[in-house]
Design a protein around this ligand. Structure first.
Ligand code: IPM
Ligand code: MG
Length: 368
């Protein structure tokens, strides 16, 4: 069966890193017999400019029909003034919601060659390998009411709603526990149960899923603010961190910086498997659209390329190919190739294309 992958380049450096990744995907088609066809569509600010909407129905339909989506990035200052339903980010949020992508996997892996690129001391981050499992379709980003109203005295009142049901917490907890079993077997669940009732329920439900279904996994509960502190103090204590949409958004950016560059971090957003075993899946670099460096050919393509590795692993069960690609990335870093964001003294500074060439060359060498 031929795999169908939809490419959604989006805005800023999205198109550049996705082009690079499409070249790598093509390598797997040519050299590793991966039967795959690709299509592309507009999303985010690019869709807004062309069609007046950041989340065209045709794009959503194509995404639903695909086996996996490779996503670049959306957003930029150019669209700051727009209302929420027109903002580029709406395209991404709609995809997550409509495809039911409730589980966001954000690994933070510190490559040996990049230990010195982190703002933290090398001994704190060397060998770091943690996974943030962020709930992605609930919580305060989606809860209703979500509105700004006028008060009688002329003030305005803004409301966002944090809301979670038992089922939403159970399913994300299961993802975290199941992944922990394939790793070091430890889950830290982060919430704010000291001040939020949604946090109280979160803690209870995670604990009961653990006790019923995953008693072999070591579970700890941690307040999200304390988790933020522990992440910079002693990040290697963590294996899997499971948390809600808002805290996961914040903690995953923080975890990204531990690894030296947010330009290195991939992510996977997965849905539930249906009766036929089909599962919605979207893979994207964590770094976002970086409008300040867009169009200059200097963006780091590795986060997007590593997102393809996650895609090979999770959507197509091509684990050998995923490992091959991850090793190739490690190798080019070991060879001293660096994009500007991870540049260090004595290394070879390259742009997006040259970095991608190096990855493909490393793949060729490994496959030979
Ligand atoms: C992320 C981003 C998104 C989010 C934005 C672009 C909507 O920050 O994926 O972490 O807030 O979820
Ligand atoms: Mg974010």
């Amino acid at each position: 069966m031929t795999a169908k992958i939809l490419l959604l380049p989006g805005d800023g450096i999205g198109p550049e890193v996705l082009d690079a990744t499409a070249r790598v995907l093509d390598w797997f088609r040519r050299k590793r017999g991966f039967a795959v066809t690709t299509d592309s569509a507009l999303i985010g600010g690019a869709a807004y400019e062309a069609l007046g909407t950041p989340d065209p129905q045709a794009t959503i339909d194509k995404a639903k029909a695909a086996d996996a989506v490779l996503f670049g990035a959306v957003g930029g200052p150019r669209w700051d003034g727009l209302s929420f339903d027109k903002k580029p980010e709406r395209g991404l949020l709609r995809l997550r919601k409509d495809l039911g992508l409730f589980a966001n996997l954000r690994p933070a892996l510190c490559f040996g060659a990049l230990t010195d690129a982190s703002s933290l001391r090398p001994e704190i981050v060397s060998g770091l390998d943690l996974l943030i499992v962020r709930e992605l379709t609930g919580g305060v980003y989606f809860g209703e009411p979500k509105e700004i109203t006028e008060l009688p005295d002329g003030q305005k009142r803004a409301v966002d709603t944090q809301v979670y049901t038992t089922g939403e917490i159970e399913r994300i907890a299961r993802v975290a526990f199941a992944l922990a079993r394939l790793r070091a077997g430890r889950v830290a669940s982060a919430e704010k149960s000291n001040v939020m009732v949604s946090g109280v329920l979160w803690r209870q439900v995670v604990q009961s899923v653990h006790d019923r279904e995953f008693p072999d996994v070591a579970l700890s509960h941690i307040l999200a603010d304390s988790c933020a502190m522990q992440l910079v103090k002693n990040p290697k204590q963590f294996d899997v961190i499971v948390t809600d949409n808002l805290f996961g958004d914040i903690l995953s950016d923080e975890a990204a910086e531990l690894t030296g560059s947010i330009g290195m971090l991939p992510s996977a957003s997965l849905g539930a498997k249906d009766a036929q075993g089909r599962q919605g899946a979207l893979y994207e670099p964590v770094h976002g659209s970086a409008p300040d460096i867009a169009g200059q050919g200097i963006a780091n393509p590795l986060a997007c390329i590593l997102s393809l590795a996650m895609c090979l692993r999770y959507s197509f069960a091509r684990v050998d190919d995923a490992v091959l690609l991850e090793k190739a990335v490690e190798e080019v870093l070991g060879q001293g190739y660096r994009t500007a964001d991870i540049m260090q003294p004595g290394m070879t500074k390259v742009g997006t294309t040259a970095m991608t060439d190096a990855v493909i060359k490393a793949l060729d060498a490994r496959a030979a």
